[in-house]
Ligand binder design. Structure first.
Ligand SMILES: Cc1cc2nc3c(=O)[nH]c(=O)nc-3n(C[C@H](O)[C@H](O)[C@H](O)COP(=O)(O)OP(=O)(O)OC[C@H]3O[C@@H](n4cnc5c(N)ncnc54)[C@H](O)[C@@H]3O)c2cc1C
Length: 377
């Protein structure tokens, strides 16, 4: 542990480690600080989908940022493998958003108009790809580039690569307070303190306290999610399947991850029987065969949402040198590379696309006042 760092990053989820990776790679000495073993919170709970098009109805700046991040995964996959010998499990098989009724089909066909690169599959074509689907399926949007990664493995690879580039990591150390004197931040840990020229709050669903501590309203909205996995004895499909109220993501090791419930304002840990039962009933209504497959695990995590539903990536409006990188809600895995790169550019005073700068700026939260994005259950 050094006494002084260029940048101290509070939070070692996928966002904090991605920022550390891009900074250290560029010669900026960054340390990640985590109150527990890093990578164990929302990042560990994620299915890892790079769902650019499941999240968007129209092509806008946010969609461009999502695409940019998904595309960065191609080079990141190779770079991380070369550096760490870790394979982050980038799936080449794409995603399908499946319509089980005519209303959803109409919505998906509208989406197809907005995104020329997406392919519409008729019911017969969908069933050829996924024979386990019932005859009642109405069609699907095929998103060939929107795959998925292994979130925990990706976080670990980013962590190790940042360390190889000269970064540092302090785990099991709660960050208690940050103060600024004569242009330098003092970061108070449980049993020590360090100084840093700049600080990034990337503390996931716990980020709210850093807004409050720096004189802003807390915009963080916690949205709990529960998942389970099965390990079928036979292979059903290779694409990630996204439905109106659940998804299934087949992983290279044979696990199928099924998610997820959505419980706004719930910061509790642990998985509820009712949450799982609800999720299972949705899945088995479409895939009754899966009932007979071996259950593997169940878990939960808390997504870091924000007041207006968008990530918060940028410098504090008045506290120069203090940055936020949080509020990624259910897209933190998808957005980790672009967030890491954007934070590196902001900190190094390099060019950042103006539309991204404005869209994600912490300042917008003050401007909008009580902006309210409704997180559905
Ligand atoms: C069930 C579920 C499924 C999901 N599926 C997907 C998906 O398929 N695709 C996708 O893109 N996203 C998905 N997400 C969302 C994604 O997991 C999150 O957006 C992402 O992990 C957020 O990363 P983070 O680094 O901001 O937060 P976290 O991973 O929560 O990390 C924050 C870290 O900060 C640390 N910390 C907090 N406070 C302090 C402090 N005071 N001092 C020191 N350390 C501190 C915590 O210990 C933690 O390690 C899913 C989320 C859930 C819950």
């Amino acid at each position: 542990m050094k006494e002084h760092y260029d940048v101290a990053i509070i939070g070692g989820g996928i966002i904090g480690h991605s920022i550390s990776y891009y900074l250290n790679k560029s010669g900026v000495r960054a340390v990640v600080l985590d109150k527990q073993v890093s990578g164990q919170k929302a990042t560990k709970a994620a299915a890892g989908m790079l769902g650019v098009h499941t999240e968007h109805q129209a092509s806008d700046a946010y969609h461009q940022f999502c695409e940019k991040s998904r595309d960065l995964y191609q080079s990141l996959w190779k770079e991380l493998h070369e550096l760490t010998a870790i394979d982050i499990g980038l799936s080449p098989f794409g995603m399908m958003e499946v319509a089980m009724d005519e209303t959803h089909k109409r919505e998906l066909l509208e989406k197809k108009h907005a995104f020329a690169s997406l392919e519409w599959l008729k019911a017969k074509q969908v069933r050829e790809k996924v024979p386990a689907l019932p005859p009642g399926v109405s069609g699907a949007l095929f998103m060939t580039k929107d795959g998925h990664v292994e979130p925990t493995v990706t976080c670990e690879a980013l962590k190790r690569a940042a360390l190889l580039y000269g970064g540092d990591l302090l785990e099991n150390t709660n960050v208690l307070e940050v103060t600024k004197t004569e242009g330098i931040f003092t970061v108070q840990l449980e049993n020590a303190s360090i100084t840093a020229s700049q600080v990034v709050a990337a503390s996931g669903a716990d980020s709210g306290r850093w807004f409050e501590a720096t004189g802003m309203d807390n915009p963080i909205k916690a949205v709990k999610g529960e998942c389970f996995s099965i390990k079928p004895r036979k292979h059903y499909f290779k694409e990630a399947l996204f439905f109106k109220d659940f998804y299934i993501v087949p992983k290279p090791d044979g696990r199928y991850i099924v998610g997820a419930t959505s419980k706004p304002d719930d910061l509790s840990s642990g998985t509820t029987a009712g949450g799982l039962a609800d999720l299972m009933s949705r899945v088995f209504a479409v895939f009754p065969e899966l009932k007979e497959e071996p259950m593997q695990e169940f878990w939960s995590g808390v997504r870091p949402g924000s007041a207006d539903g968008l990530p918060i990536i940028g410098e504090h409006p008045t506290l120069t040198g203090f940055y936020f990188a949080t509020g990624h809600y259910r897209n933190g895995i998808l957005l980790a590379p672009a967030t890491g790169q954007m934070m590196k550019d902001l900190i190094m005073k390099q060019d950042v696309h103006q539309a991204f700068r404005e869209l994600f700026s912490p300042e917008r939260l003050d401007r909008k006042g009580a902006s309210s994005y409704e997180y559905s259950t």
